[in-house]
Ligand binder design. Structure first.
Ligand SMILES: [Zn+2]
Length: 237
């Protein structure tokens, strides 16, 4: 028993001392949600697809600066369906193309960036979705991103592990869908449009990914930890 504990202890120490301070060697897809004919959510003349493109580009730049090899699902306003393909069920085809992108490049992490909308304009704050029945790795990625995004946005929602989302179901790698905030909330909408806040989001996501890669948050941030004053999650847009 003592020998067993000693081995565990040494393993933990070795892991804690591992000098992996950046994201070198990580292949990460940064997916700006929607695009082209798919506007996503819209509020006060702002389309989700345009806002999340700006935030995704900031995020890609921040992750590259940390050493990651980043693939962007799109760098302009367009859909991902190949030319000549019958454009029925465009939304589904666009999601399938995103999964295919990650598979083709053997990506290790997938981040889908979205912004939300709700009928109650007072609802605000970021949410992170990792799909139904996530494995331990995905829970760790989700927990790391959730901690950063809730701290930044003042959200009181829990990491969502209950909703069946196409991307989360079809991707077989650590993946998360990040709703950066609500464009239906006037104060949050104006904040989301500020370049400085967009950079803060990019940095928060990069810290979250770094936390996941280091694997150091498992002890201090159990995914099922009770959180005070949580409010129910709102479906993703
Ligand atoms: Zn969306």
């Amino acid at each position: 028993m003592l020998a067993c504990l000693a081995v565990l202890g040494n393993g933990s120490l070795a892991q804690a001392a591992r000098p992996k301070a950046d994201l070198h060697g990580q292949v990460i897809v940064v997916d700006a949600g929607h695009g082209g004919r798919d506007n996503g959510a819209s509020a006060a003349g702002l389309d989700e697809k345009d806002l999340v493109l700006d935030i995704s580009r900031e995020t890609a730049a921040a992750l590259r600066k940390a050493g990651a090899n980043v693939l962007e699902s799109r760098q302009a306003d367009h859909n991902l369906v190949p030319r000549g393909q019958k454009p029925d069920n465009l939304q589904r085809q666009n999601l399938a193309a995103r999964v295919e992108l990650a598979t083709r490049h053997d990506a290790g992490i997938f981040l889908s960036i979205h912004a939300n909308k709700y009928s109650d304009a007072s609802v605000h704050g970021a949410q992170v979705f990792i799909g139904e029945n996530p494995d331990a790795e995905r829970q760790l990625l989700g927990s790391c991103l959730h901690a950063e995004m809730t701290a930044l946005s003042g959200s009181r929602r829990q990491l969502d592990m209950t909703r069946d989302l196409y991307l989360m179901r079809h991707l077989k790698i650590p993946a998360a869908l990040i709703e950066v905030g609500f464009i239906s909330n006037p104060a949050e909408r104006s904040r989301l449009l500020q370049p400085d806040y967009q950079r803060q989001i990019a940095q928060a996501i990069t810290r979250g990914v770094t936390c996941f890669v280091r694997g150091s948050s498992a002890l201090k941030l159990p995914p099922h930890a009770a959180q005070p004053n949580v409010v129910p999650s709102v479906p993703a847009s």
